[in-house]
Design a protein around this ligand. Structure first.
Ligand code: NAD
Length: 262
């Protein structure tokens, strides 16, 4: 167990992973441009495009989990995505290299591989680049920047193509309405996957999917490399693992929409 910096620690996945790793005994330091969520760990408020702030925050760390991003598929490259998702990820990798961190874990997304060319073709492998939107394209950049940092500079990098981790009741309802249950990633499986990525032996560079178990349709994404390369095996299956208050609120939203309008 060492010290891990988590960028985007005030966000949905950040709070889940930081709280869980903290409880597992890791020394967790959060880094986010948002103010401290007051969940009890060491915290730095800063922007991931600020190399000096990142360097100071990483100085005594062993690893970084890089989550901070513009995380929505409606992003426009020059308006929303360029600074956090391209310049930010580059700055994190460069700083991790300069600070000689032992492990970098990058948040990618299934959006890196959900383009039109993947439809109806069975499980999508973990080495296919097929972004279906500009956000997914920035995640492909992050993956390749991580691969580059490994091959050119020897950094140990794991990029994780995260499935749909519902941030609130509205997103739980959307998973049902859009039939995306097979892209679901539960809170506990998310934590398990990031913990595996910190603990596993150095894979050099690895690119894996983080998804809960598929049901009832087979998954669109190939989960096998996650087990082979970092030892992650999902335990939950939709809808297990979602906080009960979110499920209740989502069910109420779906029922309200289904009611005939007077
Ligand atoms: N939630 C999902 O379903 C999902 C799916 C696939 C990938 N991801 C990826 O996981 C990561 C975390 O997503 P999330 O759902 O927790 O998003 P979120 O919006 O809840 O959290 C993102 C956090 O990043 C911080 N942030 C944004 N720009 C920053 C900057 N320039 N400097 C410092 N902090 C900054 C925000 O303040 C926020 O706290 C993102 O990289 C996202 O692309 C999420």
């Amino acid at each position: 167990m060492g010290r891990v910096l988590i960028t985007g620690a005030a966000g949905s996945i950040g709070r889940c992973v930081a709280t869980g790793l903290h409880q597992e005994g890791w020394a967790v330091r959060g880094f986010d441009r948002a103010s401290d969520p007051e969940l009890g760990w060491d915290y730095v408020q800063g922007d991931i495009t600020d190399a000096a702030a990142l360097a100071a925050a990483m100085a005594d760390c062993d690893a970084v989990i890089h989550l901070a991003a513009y995380p929505h598929c409606d992003g426009v490259m020059l308006d929303n995505l360029l600074q956090p998702n391209i310049i930010g990820v580059w700055t994190v990798l460069e700083t991790a290299r300069a600070q000689q961190l032992k492990r970098v874990v990058l948040a990618s997304s299934v959006n890196a591989a959900n383009g039109k060319q993947t439809r109806g073709r069975g499980a999508v492998s973990n080495d296919l680049d097929a972004p279906g939107n500009e956000y997914g394209l920035t995640k492909v950049f992050a993956e390749h920047a991580g691969r580059f940092a490994h091959h050119q500079h020897g950094l140990s990098v794991i990029a994780i193509r995260i499935g749909w981790f519902p941030r609130d009741a509205g997103e739980v309802a959307k998973i049902v309405k859009h039939g995306c249950e097979n892209a679901y990633l539960s809170y506990d499986d998310c934590l398990r996957c990031f913990a595996c990525a910190l603990r596993c032996d150095d894979p050099g560079f690895a690119l894996v999917y983080a998804l809960s178990k598929p049901d009832p349709k087979p998954s669109r994404w190939d989960a096998e490399p996650a087990e082979r390369l970092i030892g992650f095996v999902a335990q939950d299956r939709w809808p297990s693992g979602i906080p009960a208050d979110l499920v209740a609120a989502a069910e109420a939203e779906i029922q309200a929409e289904a009611k005939p309008k007077p």
